[in-house]
Design a protein around this ligand. Structure first.
Ligand SMILES: [Zn+2]
Length: 94
């Protein structure tokens, strides 16, 4: 397996772990997984998968769980996600 494949698999595994940690109310642990995945992506010059970028906060690295640590609303054909830290991200609605 080449290093890019290995890196992508590690990132996906860390995303799953971050999701599980958030569901278990372990937000700090989730942030550590998110940060680790970001570092792996940077080091390997990989883009992060869409599920990763949409469910993480660029500002505080939280793994976002709408209804608990994030609010989601629709505005002008966009999805606007607001993290509890106040950071907002907008994505085209699809
Ligand atoms: Zn945040």
């Amino acid at each position: 397996m080449d290093t890019e494949t290995v890196a992508r698999e590690r990132i996906e595994r860390l995303r799953e772990l971050a999701e599980e940690a958030t569901l278990a109310d372990r937000d700090d642990r989730a942030r550590r997984y998110v940060r680790r995945a970001r570092r792996i992506a940077e080091r390997n010059r990989l883009g992060l998968p869409r599920e990763f970028t949409r469910f993480t906060c660029d500002s505080c690295d939280a793994y976002l769980r709408p209804g608990r640590n994030a609010r989601v609303r629709l505005q002008d054909g966009h999805v606007v996600v607001t993290c509890d830290c106040g950071a907002q991200a907008r994505y085209p609605y699809d």
